[in-house]
Design a protein. Structure first.
Length: 87
């Protein structure tokens, strides 16, 4: 009887603690907010430690692209003097 009560109490505590944790979406938002120019694939901010490696790489790539002023593959460079294709 004591074992059953102990196991039930442990399971209940585990469920309560899991329910109090933040969602994966919130972890992604926190990670994006914590990124700075000093962070790399191998140097994650602490807020990004809970993310999957592929998700972190995608968020980091998006951050780097934003910092570079964005990227539009269909738009020619505003500094281009010549068209990119023959008309």
């Amino acid at each position: 009887m004591r074992i059953r009560t102990t196991v039930l109490a442990a399971l209940t505590a585990g469920l309560l603690l899991t329910g109090c944790g933040k969602s994966y979406d919130q972890s992604v938002k926190d990670c994006r907010a914590a990124l700075s120019v000093e962070h790399t694939v191998t140097n994650r901010p602490a807020a990004c430690n809970d993310l999957k490696e592929e998700d972190y790489k995608l968020i980091l790539a998006h951050y780097v692209t934003e910092q570079a002023g964005g990227f539009d593959p269909f738009s020619p460079s505003p500094d281009a003097d010549e068209p990119l294709w023959d008309e």
